[in-house]
Design a binder for this molecule. Sequence first.
Ligand code: ATP
Ligand code: MG
Length: 232
Amino acid sequence: MTIVNKANKELIASIEEKNKDLEYYSKKIEELTIKEERNRVSQDLHDTVGHIFTSVITSLDALPFLYRADQKEAEKSIKEISDLTRNGLNDVRKTIHQMSPTSHRTLVESVTELIADFMKHTATDIQLNVEGEATKVNERAKFAIIRCIQEGLTNAKRHGQATCIKINISFKQEELIVLIDDNGNGCNELNLGFGLRSMKDRISALAGTVNFDSKLNNGMRITCNIPMAKEV
Ligand SMILES: Nc1ncnc2c1ncn2[C@@H]1O[C@H](COP(=O)(O)OP(=O)(O)OP(=O)(O)O)[C@@H](O)[C@H]1O
Ligand SMILES: [Mg+2]
């Protein structure tokens, strides 16, 4: 009897121990999920808010000159800035509601729209080239790629004062390659800030790699390689 009792006690103790372990790990998973989600939301806010402000500031800076030169064009530009800000607010709202702004559109359609918007508001020549047969890219990868291009464009304008940016999307059997090339000032030493670090995190999360290549007075080239078979 005492042997059975002892065995029972040991069993109960071991179950309690295992329950504690389970509780600990489920708490850990919850903490990690919250952390990941917070990271995602702060990255999205950084990308949308930073991108919109860059476009608005560039347009506003040009406005006094435009107003002196052509009042009618200036009025048109004011309307465009107002539309841009309104769209930006919608973007921020979407992020807050954690909705994907890319849904219902293909990657190339979303990138084309992003480029058209940026060209309109920053007087930058942006050329998009698509190679290979466009295959379906899942929402997660699409969202990450769009955010990377958005940051690449913002940086090219903000830091490089680029006038021309080339984007190449290459659909290969094994991988998807995205190149963002600007003709701006470039830089010799790259200290990653939030923008480029988020770019790395996002592409790493898709099992891909990012390379930054820049030299002073020689623009910047960003290369993203994302494996197709596994994640895209
Ligand atoms: N296209 C570019 N041309 C020249 N320098 C660049 C370019 N992109 C990035 N850099 C340099 O790399 C640095 C890091 O860029 P990153 O996007 O990580 O941070 P940031 O733009 O300074 O700030 P944020 O965290 O708001 O994005 C920049 O401060 C800048 O010096
Ligand atoms: Mg940046």
